[in-house]
Design a protein around this ligand. Structure first.
Ligand code: NAD
Ligand code: UDP
Length: 311
């Protein structure tokens, strides 16, 4: 039995990760300040004696004897991370320092949830890990993009300077049950709007693309990365290479919900990336042939079922 700390464990991805790690027989500490996550996401785990829920803000140091740390704490939706940009960058940077400091002290292995946002508005398509990105350092997305980029630097430097065992994953747009219905990301927005018969809000002309990964595929890749060859640090892309325009996504959601909602067009937010698609060859090679198993229609159907319970 491993003792595992999951920061941001009460969030969308973190709660699925906690559940899976508990099911595999581990002792799990879920740390969260409930900024975008909630106790509701993990309430079904509270009866398990090997699950502990801790209210803590990762910008402050935390101490616990653990073997592994998954550092997931950080708001991920543009609406939420732009709400308090200084706090967002503190969460990424001080959160990384505190997590790495703990890992160094207790000799734990630590995995960083980085993001495809480190590629910014990419000029290389699809994006391999070797691409350095095209990020605006002073725009409205910078608090998140640059915070995550700095966290990657800290992870690499704690490894080279202090020999901390690290892993870095770059997560591409992921969706599924337990996304916050109000968090402003495109999948949750479109599904909630379609289920409530409201207009579907397309930003810009809707021709920008994203590649959507179902959460179970991400959790599988994340755990494989933690358990991979210690010499393989990453960063490694985890995402589903099937790419869709926002118009195609809206059409799929309308079809699957049998909604009568209409599309409305709204201004494109500043620095909104035009396209995004992961190159997952490295993940396939290093993570025992990992690749996404759940395609958009199946994943959306499961997600819609969840959001129906939130109406
Ligand atoms: P989420 O907002 O649902 O989860 C983040 C969790 O972190 C929440 O429970 C929140 O309360 C907690 N948190 C935020 N600030 C904190 C702080 N200072 N101290 C302690 N807890 C804090 O988002 P998610 O989609 O589950 O994302 C999880 C991680 O994966 C994030 O690091 C995010 O950047 C990364 N990621 C997610 C996606 C995606 O598409 N879902 C894509 C790229 C990267
Ligand atoms: N988007 C949209 N309507 C919405 C919310 C988002 O058209 O109601 C667009 C957004 O402009 C972006 C894409 O959907 O081009 C994905 O947005 P999201 O916030 O989910 O994630 P991002 O990949 O931009 O971080």
């Amino acid at each position: 039995m491993k003792r595992i700390l999951v920061t941001g464990g009460a969030g969308f991805v973190g709660s699925h990760l906690c559940e899976r790690l508990l099911n595999e027989g581990n002792d799990v500490i879920c740390l969260d300040n409930y900024f975008t996550g909630s106790k509701e996401n993990v309430v079904h785990l509270l009866d398990n004696p090997f699950f502990e829920l801790v209210r803590h803000d990762i910008t402050e140091p935390y101490f616990a004897e653990v073997d592994e740390i998954y550092n997931m704490a950080c708001p991920a939706s543009p609406v939420h991370y732009q709400y308090n940009p200084i706090k967002t960058i503190k969460t990424s940077v001080m959160g990384a320092i505190n997590t790495l400091g703990l890992a160094k002290r207790v000799k734990a292995k630590v995995l960083q949830a980085s993001t495809s946002e480190v590629y910014g508005d990419p000029t290389v398509h699809p994006q391999p890990e070797s691409y350095w990105g095209n990020v605006n350092p002073i725009g409205i997305r910078s608090c998140y993009d640059e915070g995550k980029r700095c966290a990657e630097t800290l992870f690499m430097d704690y490894h080279s300077q202090n020999d901390v065992a690290i892993k870095i994953i770059r997560i591409f747009n992921t969706y599924g049950p337990r996304m916050n219905p109000n968090d402003g990301r495109v999948v949750s927005n479109f599904i909630m709007q379609a289920l409530q018969g409201e207009d579907i809000t397309i930003f810009g002309d809707g021709k920008q693309t994203r590649s959507f990964q179902y959460v179970d595929d991400l959790v599988e890749g994340t755990i494989r990365m933690m358990n991979s060859d210690p010499k393989f640090l990453g960063p490694v892309n985890l995402g589903n290479p099937n790419e869709f325009t926002m118009l195609e996504l809206a059409e799929a959601v309308i079809r699957l919900t049998h909604s009568k909602s209409k599309l409305i067009f709204m201004p494109l937010p500043q620095d909104d990336p035009k396209q995004r698609q992961p190159d997952i060859n490295l993940a396939k090679e290093k993570l025992e042939g990992w690749k996404p198993q759940i395609e958009l229609e199946e994943g959306l159907t499961k997600t819609i079922k969840y959001f129906e319970t939130k109406l």
